[in-house]
Write a protein that binds this ligand. Structure first.
Ligand code: SAM
Ligand code: SF4
Length: 348
């Protein structure tokens, strides 16, 4: 029997007993949270960050590891079971492996993954593995030093390659290499990417360029659709055969070359939006909850966390955020308004 602590004579259920999963108006069940741990980065990809004069959030605005973990403890009770740490560059946040160790302990959390540019992986891969990180996606858009430098405005290609090797040596399996596909750049990289996928157990995935760059230079003409990349790869390496999708909410369509060598994935948010299957929520580095990359609204979890609000209050905020989720990102809508914030400020 629950105790009456309300002074009203009515016995209240505790809120977990009224547990409601994070289902939105369109029936999408949200089980996946992307957590940005910083807006800082050690490189400057042109499709994400400005070249210079980047203004980062002051340290005190960024959630502490304890605050992130408390938020996760709440959403895990609402059915969130997969986490992905991102940023900015997650590995520039000091001690991020300690956060991993805290998150893997949260009841209900089944997977803690990370998306990184790989520059610092040589130093941290082993510690991340030991902390319990389950999976790694490493972003790498070009396989030659000069093109890498043009895209990232930094000269770190060798460090990323060393980082990938360190991740393999640390025992990470099925590492994914994410490449943003940009017309005029990526076509010249396909031969190398095809060979990489076919000669290693790295899975190469192409992500269509989205209008989330800080300098607002995105143009539709620079999007290289996944379907076009597939045709170009097939002309060179032979047919790509679709692989089964164990998780229907996964955005990537995965293929394998017909001779069994080389896995390639396509994430096509622009040419083939997958919003109807989206099960993701986002927590920005300064503690704002978002229901979409392209959302124009955010819900302030940090204010609640810092005010010592109850778990129920935090859960209500997340429910409200989910209930306001739109059916799609609307990039093709003539009235589309892109968010003020760029990818590094949201958490890709
Ligand atoms: N710094 C880490 C990295 O680059 O992997 C994590 C954060 S980054 C914002 C996450 C992912 O978003 C990366 O794979 C990156 O390539 C991708 N990304 C960034 N800006 C993008 C854009 N405008 N369109 C498509 N993907 C983008
Ligand atoms: Fe940094 Fe990642 Fe953005 Fe590139 S995509 S600038 S690595 S946050």
């Amino acid at each position: 029997m629950a105790l009456d602590t309300t002074g009203t004579g009515t016995v209240t259920q505790n809120w977990q007993q009224r547990y409601r999963p994070l289902v939105d108006r369109y029936g999408r069940v949200h089980t996946n949270l992307r957590i940005s741990v910083t807006d800082r980065c050690n490189i400057r990809c042109f499709y994400c960050m400005p070249a210079e004069n980047v203004v980062f959030r002051p340290r005190e605005e960024i959630l502490t590891f304890e605050e992130i973990t408390r938020f996760v403890r709440v959403v895990a009770q609402l059915g969130v079971n997969k986490l992905r740490l991102t940023g900015g560059e997650p590995l520039v946040r000091q001690g991020v492996h300690e956060l991993v160790a805290m998150l893997v302990e949260v009841p209900g959390v089944e997977e803690v993954a990370m998306t990184t540019n790989g520059v610092l992986l040589g130093r941290w891969a082993q510690a991340l593995k030991q902390a319990g990180l389950t999976r790694l996606n490493i972003s790498l858009d070009a396989l030659d030093r000069e093109t890498f430098r043009q895209i990232t405005r930094r000269d770190c290609f060798d460090q990323v390659i060393e980082g990938i090797q360190a991740a393999q040596a640390a025992g990470f399996e099925r590492i994914k290499i994410n490449a943003v596909a940009i017309r005029g750049i990526t076509e010249g990289q396909l031969e190398r990417f095809g060979h990489l996928a076919r000669s290693t157990n790295l899975e190469v995935r192409f992500i269509e360029y989205m209008p989330l760059d800080a300098e607002n230079h995105w143009e539709r003409s620079r999007v290289l659709p996944g379907e076009e990349i597939r045709r170009l790869l097939e002309q060179r390496f032979g047919p790509l055969v679709p692989l089964p999708r164990p998780d229907p909410s996964q955005p990537a369509r995965d293929f394998i070359f017909a001779d069994g060598r080389g896995r390639i994935g396509f994430i096509n948010p622009v040419s083939e939006p997958f919003c109807h299957e989206c099960n993701r929520l986002r927590l920005t580095a300064e503690g704002q909850v978002r229901n979409c990359l392209f959302s124009l609204r955010e819900w302030d979890a940090r204010a609640l966390l810092r005010r010592g609000a109850s778990e129920e209050k935090i859960a209500q905020l997340v429910w409200e955020c989910v209930s306001e989720k739109l059916p799609g990102h609307g990039i093709d809508d003539p009235k589309f308004v892109r968010p003020q914030r760029a990818m590094y400020q949201i958490g890709g």
